[in-house]
Design a protein around this ligand. Structure first.
Ligand SMILES: [Zn+2]
Length: 505
C-alpha cells in the first residue's frame, strides 16, 4: 500500500510540475532584460578589463566579477580543492620561452637577442664547443665543396626566411648546427633581432608542459660581424666568396654556445556556478561561454564585446533567472552548471581542461549549450536580424534538434540558420569553440553564434556595436532551451554517435 501510494504521489507531482512548467518558464524569462545584459557587458567589455587576456590581470578581474555575481546569486562553488570549495577551477597553462642562451666567440660572449638569436628548443646542458665552416649561400653546390659532418656551418641567406632549405641540407650531411646570417650589415640584423625577441618570447599557451627537443639542435641567427669574427675574415670577403662559390677562401673557425629551453607557467581559471536540481539532480545541464579574450597591445585594447562578452553576459543573466525560479520553489529538476571558461582563444584550453578534469561526471552530463558571439548581426542578415546560427544540435541526438526547434517556435520565433552546421562548411565551426570538448566526449551540444563580422578579433569589437535587442532575444532562446532540457522527464537520447566525424579545430 505504502509503495503504491508513493508511486501515485510521485506521478502526481511530476504531472503537476509539468502543467506549470511552461507558465513558469515564461514568468522567469522576464528576469532577462536588455538593461541587465547591458550592465554586465559594460563591465566585461570595459577598458579596465584590458581585453581579458588569458592569465593576465584583465582576465583575473573578469573572473572575480563573475565569481562575485555567482556568490550574490547564491549559486554553489562546486570545485573542491584540498582546503575548500569554490568557484574557480585552476587551469595551469605553459608556454615555452628562451632560457639561458649565449654564444662565445674568442673572448667575447653574446647574449641572446643581441648580436645572436637562438631559434630552437634544445638544451645543450652547459657550454659546447664547435668547429665552424663557411657554407656560402647553402646551396647543393655549396655543400658539395665542404665537409660539414659534426661541424657547425655558416650560411648567408638573401631572405631571413630562407634558412630552412640550407639547414635541412646541413642536417642531412651530419652538421652539428646551422648558423644563419640573415643581413648584410649589423644595423639590419639588430632590428631583426628585436623582432625575433618579441615573437619568440610570447609563444603559444598550452595545456602540456613543453619539452626540450634533444634531436634537433635548432639554429642561431647571427649578425654578419659575429660571423666574420668567427671565421677570421671580413663581411665583404664572405659576401664575395658566397657569390663566386669559392668557399675554400674562407678558413674555418670555432665558437662555443649554451642553449636552454625555459618554461613559463601561467595560471588561469574556469569559473563555475552550480545550481542543484530537484528529483533529477544527479543529471547535469551545462551552459558555457568563454570570458577571456585576446588582451591588448601597446596601442589598443581588444574589448571583445561580442567575442565573447556577449555570451558571458548571457550566461550570467540566465543563471539569475534560474535562481529566481528556484527561490519560488520552481527550481530545475536537473542540476545546472553555469561555466565561464578560459583559454578559448588559445585553443579551447579551459574547456579541454574541464572535460579532462570534470567536476561532475561526464556520463551524467546531459547536454552543453555553448554561446560564443551572439550580440551582433552579420552582413547576411542585416535585413532580417531576428536570427541566430545554430551548430551541432543534430550531430549526436536527433531529439535535441527537435526540442531546440520546438522551443524556438514556441517561445522565440527566431530564424534558426544552419549554414555553419553543414559538415562541409569550410569554417568547421563545430570543432572551433568550447562545445567541441563536450561533443568529442559524446555529450550532445548546441552552439549559438551570430556569424562573423569585420570587427572579429579587432580593437573595434566594442559595446557600442552590440545589438541589445538581438542579444536579449537570443539569450532568452538559450534560457528556454535549457529550461526544457533541465525539466523534461527523460534526458535527451544520444542516438547518432556513429555519425559524428572527429576533427580538429
Ligand atoms: Zn570567441
Amino acid at each position: 500500500m505504502k509503495q503504491v501510494l508513493r508511486v501515485f504521489i510521485g506521478v502526481f507531482v511530476i504531472c503537476n510540475g509539468h502543467a506549470q512548467s511552461e507558465e513558469d518558464a515564461l514568468k522567469y524569462v522576464q528576469g532577462i532584460t536588455k538593461d541587465e545584459l547591458y550592465d554586465k557587458l559594460s563591465i566585461l567589455a570595459s577598458d579596465a578589463m584590458e581585453g581579458r587576456d588569458t592569465g593576465e590581470r584583465g582576465q583575473k578581474m573578469a573572473a572575480a566579477f563573475i565569481q562575485d555575481h555567482f556568490e550574490r546569486l547564491g549559486l554553489a562553488g562546486p570545485v573542491t580543492s584540498r582546503t575548500s570549495r569554490g568557484y574557480y577551477q585552476t587551469v595551469p597553462l605553459y608556454r615555452a620561452i628562451p632560457g639561458n642562451i649565449s654564444m662565445t666567440v674568442k673572448d667575447e660572449t653574446y647574449s641572446n637577442f643581441g648580436k645572436v638569436v637562438y631559434y630552437g628548443s634544445n638544451n645543450s646542458n652547459g657550454a659546447k664547443e664547435l668547429e665552424v665552416i663557411f657554407a656560402g649561400r647553402g646551396s647543393d653546390a655549396d655543400f658539395k665543396q665542404i665537409k660539414p659532418k659534426d661541424k657547425a656551418v655558416i650560411v648567408m641567406v638573401n631572405n631571413p626566411r630562407g634558412w630552412r632549405q640550407p639547414n635541412a641540407l646541413a642536417m642531412e650531411m651530419g652538421a652539428a648546427m646551422t648558423l644563419v646570417v640573415t643581413h648584410k650589415n649589423d644595423e639590419g640584423f639588430d632590428a631583426y633581432s628585436q623582432l625575433l625577441k618579441n615573437y619568440l618570447s610570447s609563444g603559444r599557451l598550452k595545456l602540456e608542459k613543453p619539452q626540450s627537443n634533444s634531436e634537433d639542435p635548432g639554429i642561431f641567427f647571427i649578425s654578419p660581424s659575429v660571423a666574420a669574427k668567427m671565421l677570421n675574415t671580413t663581411v665583404d670577403q664572405m659576401v664575395e666568396a658566397g657569390k663566386t662559390g669559392s668557399l675554400k677562401k674562407i678558413k674555418k673557425g670555432k665558437f662555443s654556445y649554451k642553449t636552454e629551453q625555459g618554461v613559463e607557467e601561467v595560471m588561469s581559471e574556469n569559473v563555475l556556478g552550480y545550481l542543484e536540481g530537484s528529483d533529477l539532480k544527479d543529471e547535469l545541464v551545462v551552459l558555457t561561454a568563454h570570458y577571456d579574450h585576446i588582451g591588448r597591445n601597446d596601442e589598443y585594447i581588444f574589448n571583445g564585446a561580442d567575442d565573447d562578452g556577449s555570451g558571458t553576459s548571457a550566461i550570467l543573466e540566465i543563471a539569475e533567472a534560474f535562481v529566481e525560479a528556484k527561490a519560488d520553489g520552481k527550481g530545475p529538476r536537473r542540476s545546472i552548471l553555469f561555466m565561464l571558461v578560459t583559454g578559448e582563444e588559445k585553443g579551447l584550453l579551459g574547456s579541454e581542461y574541464y572535460t579532462n578534469n570534470p567536476v561532475f561526471s561526464l556520463e551524467n552530463t546531459v547536454v552543453d549549450l555553448n554561446i560564443d558571439m551572439i550580440g551582433r548581426v552579420d552582413p547576411e542578415h542585416k535585413d532580417n536580424p531576428d536570427y541566430v546560427y545554430l551548430v551541432g544540435s543534430d550531430r549526436l541526438s536527433s531529439e535535441l534538434h527537435e526540442i531546440s526547434e520546438k522551443v524556438n517556435s514556441t517561445y522565440s520565433n527566431l530564424e534558426l540558420d544552419y549554414t555553419y552546421n553543414d559538415e562541409n562548411h569550410p569554417d568547421r565551426i563545430y570543432y572551433r569553440s568550447d562545445h567541441w570538448n563536450f561533443a568529442k566526449n559524446n555529450i550532445p551540444i548546441i552552439f549559438y553564434f551570430n556569424g562573423v563580422h569585420d570587427d572579429y578579433h579587432q580593437p573595434s569589437d566594442t559595446i557600442d556595436k552590440i545589438e541589445f535587442d538581438q542579444l536579449t532575444k537570443r539569450t532568452k532562446l538559450v534560457y528556454h532551451t535549457a529550461w526544457v532540457l533541465a525539466n523534461r522527464n527523460e534526458r535527451v537520447v544520444v542516438d547518432k554517435i556513429q555519425d559524428q566525424k572527429i576533427g580538429n579545430n
